[in-house]
Design a protein around this ligand. Structure first.
Ligand SMILES: [Zn+2]
Length: 443
């Protein structure tokens, strides 16, 4: 049993601590929070996790998130006691993370030029994206603190996941979306699961501001990735990837870059596993931005004021971020990409993302919409489905391989974050014979 869990500010010069049952997304000085644990889980749990794959109808073993529950035991329960698990842990009957593991996709490997490469489709979660990994834990915390209503802003995937878990737990759910910028397939899920949709004029960043303001005013419970309990569940994406490699860390883990919740959770899971002695090597994180929504790429690579933004051991230049956001506002720069899942100009988790990049000696690259579409189409030709934003992963690996940053003998895990929910994107892609992997209809 794990004891001594608490929340702690990520800023090492601040370091304020709060009980697990506090409902807040920042410390009182405005910094993001981490969930911390009081003990070091034994590596012998690796065998427990593996054995639970034979789940014997225990939904908490079947769940790809709760199978690893000792590593995210913020409820501080007896993890082998099924009654306690049932009382505290929220699960869609074990479905979250259950189908997610890395697959070798030979056509993608040939295209990018890396053979030791596996792609992990997180779109095969019940609501169709990686968000379910973190939503199951955020809603578990919401239940722990007796919340009746959750709130989020979304480009689509978060709202689908939040609405699904809220429906399952008889909670209300308000979702703030940028009007006209959410794929109809994603919006339909929020309606289908009974959420109240609130349309905001503007983009995702505007919707997030509106939802956080509302949560602050009425005391609502935010389930966006600024919620530290979301990050805890998303760590299991990395656990499943590493387990598939017998916990022998790869050279690279590659993600599309949007709000940077995934980058943050990947960094936190690697920091913890390394500190606990579960892994000896630290994989490098590669974040792939869209060229049309490339704030992290711009700041990290010194393309604004010729200054490379870094975590800098907990002293990042937050004024540089603020100046860049002001610059974007002044110039009327809006994020623009057809990959709406990562059409985000002000990544809410940028500081945790920078911490993850520093810990892993990570890098940030960017790809065009057309490169993402080719990546998406090629994943499809291997018999797997992903959305356009996930196409950034094969596209980014190919680019980094050509730049000789990723080497051809490196071991690479790429995370495909969501399933296709905008049918017009592949239809339009394949109708246009100019596209690299197009298969136009015949008449
Ligand atoms: Zn603080």
């Amino acid at each position: 049993m794990q004891s001594g869990a608490f929340q702690k500010c990520i800023d090492p010069t601040c370091g304020l601590e709060y009980p697990i049952t506090d409902i807040r997304i920042e410390c009182e000085r405005g910094h993001l929070l981490d969930v911390k644990y009081g003990n070091n889980p034994s590596p012998s749990l690796k065998e427990t996790f593996y054995k639970r794959r034979n789940h014997a109808n225990n939904i908490f073993n079947e769940s790809g998130v709760w199978r690893f529950r000792e590593l995210l035991n913020f409820c501080q329960i007896d993890t082998e006691n099924i009654d306690e698990c049932s009382k505290y842990l929220v699960s869609l009957d074990g479905a979250e993370g259950r189908l997610s593991k890395p697959y070798h996709m030979s056509k993608v490997s040939d295209y990018v030029g890396v053979q030791n490469m596996w792609l992990q489709p997180e779109g095969y979660n019940p609501s169709g994206s990686f968000k379910d990994n973190g939503m199951t834990t955020a809603v578990t915390h919401a239940k722990l603190v007796k919340i009746k209503k959750i709130i989020c802003a979304s480009t689509g995937n978060t709202s689908a996941s939040a609405a699904m878990y809220a429906a399952n737990e008889n909670m209300e759910c308000d979702v703030y979306i940028p009007a006209g910028e959410v794929a109809p397939g994603k919006l339909s899920q929020a309606f289908q699961f009974g959420a109240q949709v609130i349309e905001i004029k503007g983009n995702f960043d505007d919707a997030l501001s509106a939802s956080l303001k509302q949560a602050g005013e009425v005391g609502g419970y935010t389930v966006n990735s600024v919620n530290p309990f979301r990050i805890e569940g998303q760590k299991t994406i990395v656990f499943r990837a590493l387990e598939s490699l017998d916990w022998d860390a790869p050279d690279w883990i590659v993600y599309p870059g949007g709000a940077l919740g995934n980058t943050s959770s990947c960094g936190k899971s690697l920091m913890e596993l390394y500190e606990w002695g579960w892994i000896k090597k630290i994989p490098r994180i590669a974040v792939i931005n869209s060229e049309g929504a490339n704030t992290l790429h711009t700041l990290y690579n010194g393309k604004f004021e010729k200054t490379s933004l870094r975590w800098n051991k907990g002293k990042p230049d937050t004024d540089l971020i603020k100046r860049y956001y002001d610059f974007m506002d002044e110039k009327g720069m809006r994020p623009k990409t057809k990959a709406t899942a990562i059409q985000i100009a002000k990544p809410a988790n940028i500081l945790k993302g920078l911490r993850a990049l520093e810990f892993t000696n990570g890098i940030v690259s960017q790809v065009s919409d057309s490169e993402m579409l080719d990546g998406m189409a090629l994943v499809g030709l291997n018999g797997f489905d992903c959305e356009m934003a996930s196409g950034a992963v094969p596209a980014g690996i190919k680019k980094l391989m050509q730049e000789e940053i990723i080497k051809k003998d490196d071991t690479v895990i790429g995370i495909l974050t969501g399933r296709q929910k905008d049918s017009s994107i592949p239809v339009d892609y394949h109708k246009n014979p100019q596209n690299k992997f197009a298969n136009p209809p015949r008449s």
